[in-house]
Design a protein around this ligand. Structure first.
Ligand code: CO
Length: 211
């Protein structure tokens, strides 16, 4: 009887054999090059697997996940992924995908202290404060949380547009196209909530003119 982690290794072997059966050059092709068209910035939540819910294959989608799909300008991990994806991989689309029922967003709406994660959730509390009136138009707690999930995705798309990395690529290469999506845990459907085409304008105070 295999224990839980041994089962993962066994499933991995089965998967590798299956891939080669379907496409004998699968691994030799992918081991040489990756040319994904998409960068996915999603939540770490185990119920929102980027490739499964989009039907994408290995090599098609470059993935960064953190709690509540945040784009934080001091996060060296996110910035490294973003710069590499935009400048080296030349990706064409960046997707920020949140999800309804996000535990990170719910925690940020509460007054409970969770330790070090408070620092991270502070960024979502800021989104709440900026859009408090709109959120409070919702009658139910669930409605408020869903609205904050959507507004949070919008703010993270704006945060991408505020980076010199995205602005430089917009100016010089007319890419990437930014997409804000929200995934529904209860129906598996992704709802697009916003987008920004290359060259979109943002508040001028965030625009760099020497890129
Ligand atoms: Co989440």
């Amino acid at each position: 009887m295999l224990n839980s982690y041994e089962k993962l290794l066994q499933e991995n072997k089965n998967w590798a054999i299956e891939q080669v059966k379907k496409d004998p050059s699968f691994f030799s092709r992918l081991s040489h090059i990756q040319t994904p068209e998409f960068l996915w910035i999603g939540c770490s939540d185990s119920r929102v697997p980027a490739d499964k819910i989009t039907g994408t294959q290995p090599g098609e989608i470059f993935v960064h996940r953190n709690i509540a799909n945040m784009v934080v300008h001091t996060d060296i991990n996110l910035l490294s992924v973003l710069e590499y994806a935009v400048e080296v991989l030349k990706i064409k689309h960046i997707i920020v995908c949140g999800h309804y029922g996000c535990g990170g967003v719910r925690a940020a709406m509460s007054k409970e202290s969770f330790g070090i994660i408070n620092k991270w959730l502070r960024n979502i509390k800021d989104v709440y404060r900026m859009h408090e009136a709109e959120i409070n138009n919702e009658k139910t707690e669930e409605g408020k949380a869903n609205k904050l999930v959507e507004l949070n995705v919008r703010e993270q798309i704006l945060n991408l547009a505020k980076t010199s990395i995205v602005q430089k690529a917009w100016k010089n290469e007319q890419r990437p196209h930014l997409h804000g999506w929200v995934y529904g845990l209860n129906d598996g459907i992704i709802k697009p909530v916003c987008e920004m085409e290359p060259g979109s304008r943002i508040d001028p105070i965030y625009e760099y003119d020497n890129l």
